[in-house]
Structure formats: structure tokens, C-alpha cells
Design a protein. Structure first.
Length: 217
């Protein structure tokens, strides 16, 4: 026995004991599924690989980071089969308060929810010895205005301690109020070290960089 109805609205739970046939997807969604109809994912990860070319000196976008670290620039380290690629400092033991930078650009995905939660997540820590005073990671993030200028810093969080031999994820919050899908961000990471004890060889390192974004689907 069968029946045909033009419209069926079900407001409660439903159980179907037999086969259910649906029309083709083209008939269901003539213009596709609306993006806003998809569920929001507030922790979608987008990794930024740590490779030369994607990361540059903070004050020279045309100069890739090198190995080893020098001056106030982080370096790119890693030997295949031994260590994964990472951003790191030179030996900072006894050097006092020193900044180290790395810069990249990143585009918000096309399914980003406008003004949705956004942050930078880095796995960071110390190699060999911790600083006697402190070691923190922070960032400056600016939206590119696409006319060779940039907007103001939109990082809303504070510097996070990474002064530990146990690496862990450190999250830096971004104010997303002015952001929408497709926007480009200019990102400058900062490792700020401060060591006065010179207790031995010590390096600060970032093992991975991810953007955590709110997306549809």
C-alpha cells in the first residue's frame, strides 16, 4: 500500500520500518545545500607547515627564515629521521631578555563563519634547559587591507608561558569581529626569552603551528 502527499511535516521523533526512497539530490537542493544550514565547527584545525618560504623574517617578508637562528629571527630546524621541522632559537643561555620572531601570511577558509572564534595554537617548549626567568610565546595578527596596508593588531590574548621541557599546546586568542571568509592575515609569532642563570645550553622551540577557526561543516 502506498500514498502520495505533497507536504509532510514531522515535529517529533519518527521511526521508519520500511525502505525510504528520496528524490535525487538535484531535486532536493536545486542550488546545493546552503552553507549556513551546515553545523558550525568551532575547532577546525588548519596547519601551517614549518618549511622555508612559508616563514620569513619579520621585518623582511622577502627573506625566508634560515638555519641557524640569528639576530632576532627564529630559525628552521629539523633533520629527517631524527627531528621534525620546528621553529627555534639559537643557544640563549645567559643572554638576558631577547625577542625572536617568525612571520607568515594565512587566508581564512571559504567556509569560515564570519566573526567566528579564531585562535593560533602552537606546540612549544624548551630544549635541554629552561630559562631562569621566563620564556613566553605571543603573536601580532593584522588583517591585510589588500592595498599594501594592514589593519591594527587583532590579538586579544596575552603572552603564554612556554618555559618547560615538556612541550604543550599554547593558544593565542584573536578578536574576529571584523573577519570574514577569504580574508588574509599577516601573522608574526614572538618567542620572548629571559635567562640570567646560564645553567647550560638552552633553546626555545615551536614544534607546530595551527589556526583554530569556526567553520561551516
Amino acid at each position: 500500500m502506498g500514498a502520495t502527499v505533497d507536504t509532510l511535516t514531522v515535529t517529533g521523533a519518527s521511526v521508519f520500518s520500511g525502505a525510504v526512497s528520496l528524490p535525487s539530490s538535484a531535486a532536493l537542493y536545486t542550488n546545493g545545500i546552503p552553507q549556513a544550514a551546515l553545523a558550525e565547527n568551532t575547532t577546525q584545525r588548519f596547519g601551517i607547515p614549518i618549511v622555508p618560504g612559508l616563514w620569513t623574517k619579520h621585518d623582511e617578508a622577502y627573506t625566508p627564515l634560515t638555519n641557524p637562528s640569528a639576530n632576532d629571527d627564529l630559525g628552521i630546524y629539523g633533520v629527517f629521521g631524527t627531528t621534525s621541522p620546528y621553529l627555534g632559537t639559537y643557544d640563549i643561555g645567559g643572554g638576558g631578555s631577547l625577542p625572536f620572531y617568525a612571520r607568515t601570511v594565512w587566508q581564512l577558509p571559504q567556509n569560515y563563519v564570519a566573526a567566528g572564534a579564531l585562535s593560533i595554537a602552537v606546540n612549544a617548549g624548551m630544549l635541554t634547559t629552561v630559562c631562569s626567568v621566563s620564556c613566553t610565546v605571543d603573536a601580532v595578527v593584522q588583517k591585510l587591507d589588500l592595498d599594501t596596508t594592514v589593519a591594527a593588531d587583532i590579538v586579544s590574548g596575552s603572552a603564554v608561558s612556554m618555559n618547560s621541557l615538556t612541550f604543550g599546546e599554547k593558544t593565542i586568542a584573536i578578536n574576529p569581529a571584523t573577519l570574514s571568509a577569504g580574508d588574509w592575515l599577516d601573522i608574526r609569532l614572538l618567542i620572548q626569552v629571559n635567562d640570567a642563570g646560564d645553567a647550560g645550553v638552552m633553546y626555545a622551540a615551536i614544534a607546530s603551528v595551527d589556526m583554530l577557526a569556526t567553520t561551516y561543516g
